[in-house]
Write a protein that binds this ligand. Structure first.
Ligand SMILES: [Zn+2]
Length: 160
């Protein structure tokens, strides 16, 4: 069976930045399973995987628009220091979970000044070309519920 829309794909994967530093891999987190055709993986990788079968490998370099998107200046926000309960413990480069009206986002502390803190909600790999290596471990047709929900059900159960 080949990968197409509405198949459930299991992958061994390795995600690297331009310098070759590994950000994520199945060696640490286990294989990644997803429903193909719903934008769950980077657009460039989803395109490359279409038509592949078990055992096939894909090795690609993806520009920002095919990976985590361009770096958006709008996603940098200046916040008053008072907004942080433990501002003394902040440092530049630190990752935080920030709550806003539309949920919780991962942000990075960019600059700490006398009055304000600049936080950045861009994905850490936004604006970067990334390298991805994957191997297809399994492909199966998604069942009707999975297609209706737009995600994989592990062991036949919905996780949401
Ligand atoms: Zn579900």
């Amino acid at each position: 069976m080949n990968i197409e829309k509405d198949t459930v794909v299991e992958l061994d994967y390795k995600l690297m930045d331009q310098a070759g530093q590994v950000w994520e891999s199945s060696a640490e987190g286990g294989p990644w399973m997803y429903l193909h055709g719903y934008g769950e993986v980077m657009p460039g990788l989803e395109k490359e995987l279409t038509g592949k079968a078990i055992g096939q490998k894909v090795k690609v370099e993806l520009p920002p628009n095919e990976a985590y998107g361009e770096y958006e200046d709008d996603l940098r926000t200046e916040v008053p220091r008072e907004a942080f309960a433990d501002v003394e413990n902040l440092c530049e480069g630190m990752r935080l979970a920030a709550e806003s009206s539309d949920g919780v986002h991962a942000v990075v502390v960019r600059e700490i000044s006398e009055d304000t803190v600049i936080i950045d909600a861009n994905h850490p790999l936004a604006g970067q070309t990334v390298k991805v290596e994957v191997k297809v471990l399994s492909v199966r047709k998604a069942d009707d519920d999975e297609v209706a929900h737009g995600h994989v059900h592990q062991h036949g159960k919905c996780g949401e």
